[in-house]
Design a protein around this ligand. Sequence first.
Ligand code: CTP
Ligand code: MG
Length: 231
Amino acid sequence: MTAQLNPCGDVAVLVPAAGAGVRLGPGRPKALRLLAGEPLLVHAVRRLAEAPSVHSIVVAAPVAEVAAVGELLAPIAPVTVVPGGAERQASVAAALAAVPAGPGIVLVHDAARALTPPALVESVAAAVRAGHDAVIPVLPVVDTIKEVDADEKVLGTVDRAALRAVQTPQGFRRAVLAAAHAAAADALTDDAGLVEKLGVPVHCVPGSEHALKITRPFDLALAEHLLATGR
Ligand code: CTP
Ligand code: MG
């Protein structure tokens, strides 16, 4: 059954899903790879649609898959599908251009973080609503981190206490994200990085282990296990 999005919601979610998934190994574009029998993108969009603040969802799909992705997602939720770009940043920009009038908050969420709980969508949106122009979900770094040179020689140990691993969805006041993309010069892997370049403060909220990014085969196996065990 197709989920209803909230016509009174104040949040649009952009879902860059146009990547190849090179690190996952040969196969279809990553967003269309199966996790427990369903494409990663279906898992991701289903969870976004369950978040009560979400008014609209715009997916940036691989160029050759735009029609197929539209058909795939139609039974899940009402989504707009646009062709993605060569870099993630271009895919986000394409999706941003298709956001309808209305929502004042825009979240950017990787399709590859397929198991992200709706509660994380809500907590990021709530922090933007509370007055932060840019919000990122983060986790503490658990490993000791070394800086190395090109020969793998250790240059030093970084203070882990001051480091955070960054997830999505990242949330922005709409005008701030639009300005950041309009001003973008270099391709970055994260939208908060573009906002930082504008000098806008970025606020951290607690992330979720379930928002892990499925990047390598091990991540896919972990996600299968989490789904199978209901965790
Ligand atoms: N993405 C995108 N357009 C691109 C590249 C990436 O929309 N040109 C999306 C991916 O589909 C993914 C998210 O950005 O949902 C995060 O990227 P990543 O995990 O790196 O996915 P891929 O680029 O597909 O993987 P890889 O780098 O291993 O090829
Ligand atoms: Mg990539």
